[in-house]
Design a protein around this ligand. Structure first.
Ligand code: ADP
Ligand code: UDP
Length: 235
């Protein structure tokens, strides 16, 4: 498989065309950003670790019947994926209060929520990724009501599968962000990545953070936390 034209360079990844019209090559970078791009830096070998962790989760989800864009791992930093028309939403699922939810609702970080919460954010750098409700999504013509129901269903199913696997690794899945795209038939398919960049992982016993919050909050031990997650999942 050959790398074709660079189609898009994002904050964490680059997307290339390939020889095959229905496949993209995703290249995982070490670049890290936080606070809507205000804070920038690099996390050594993050691209390698996130490619591996994402591969692990995409395979796990496929084995559990959740369609996703993963096709093959080409190299340490390169993944071949199914080409999709992305839905411009960030779908956040939360099991415990943290980050913006803790702030907005006045909850202490780490409080377990009575039930999982789903939130939608509009993927728009210009607008700073505002939170949307279902009516906003419909008004913006981003997705239909049936598609929103399907996205919720997929998000909660994925949450159950990830939570269970992580529990066996002594990790609480605090919250995470998903992105979906439509295939040529219009079917919604999980895409992007699942890694410490877009999930909050806490050690169940010590509550130690094993995710990008260590970078966002200048806590140190960032690389070690990413490697620790990879080791726990794959060893
Ligand atoms: P951002 O755009 O937020 O800076 P990244 O640096 O992670 O994010 O860039 C990866 C881009 O690729 C994102 O815009 C994401 O929506 C998009 N993407 C992920 N999976 C696919 C796919 N299967 N098909 C097309 N685009 C995808
Ligand atoms: N998240 C993400 N990308 C974003 C914003 C959030 O991947 O642009 C993830 C984040 O890693 C966390 C969850 O979504 O797992 C909820 O993030 P929150 O709204 O608390 O954001 P914060 O206040 O930390 O920016």
């Amino acid at each position: 498989m050959n790398k074709g034209k660079l189609l898009y360079e994002g904050k964490a990844k680059m997307v290339y065309e390939t020889d095959e019209p229905d496949k993209y090559l995703v290249y995982f970078k070490d670049d890290a950003s936080a606070n809507n791009g205000e804070k920038r830096g690099t996390i050594k070998d993050k691209g390698i670790v996130n490619n591996k962790i994402s591969t692990f989760f995409f395979k796990l989800l496929k084995d559990n019947g959740v369609a996703n864009h993963y096709l093959e791992t080409l190299s340490e930093r390169e993944m071949i994926v199914k080409k999709l028309q992305m839905v411009p939403l960030e779908i956040v699922i939360r099991n415990f209060a943290a980050g913006s939810l803790a702030k907005r609702l006045g909850f202490e970080e780490g409080l377990e929520l009575a039930m999982p919460v789903v939130e939608y954010y509009y993927k728009s750098d210009e607008l700073g990724d505002p939170m949307l409700n279902r009516y906003h999504v419909l008004t913006l013509d981003i997705a239909t009501i049936d598609e929103m129901n399907e996205l919720d269903h997929l998000a909660f199913t994925i949450n159950t599968i990830l939570k269970e696997k992580l529990r066996a690794k002594n990790v609480d899945l605090i919250d995470f962000k998903l992105e979906f795209g439509r295939d040529e038939k219009g079917k919604l398919i999980l895409a992007d990545e699942i890694s410490p960049d877009n999930c909050r992982f806490w050690d169940m016993t010590t509550k130690e953070k094993l995710d990008k919050d260590r970078f966002r909050r200048d806590m140190g031990g960032v690389e070690e936390a990413y490697h620790e997650m990879l080791d726990r999942l794959t060893m």
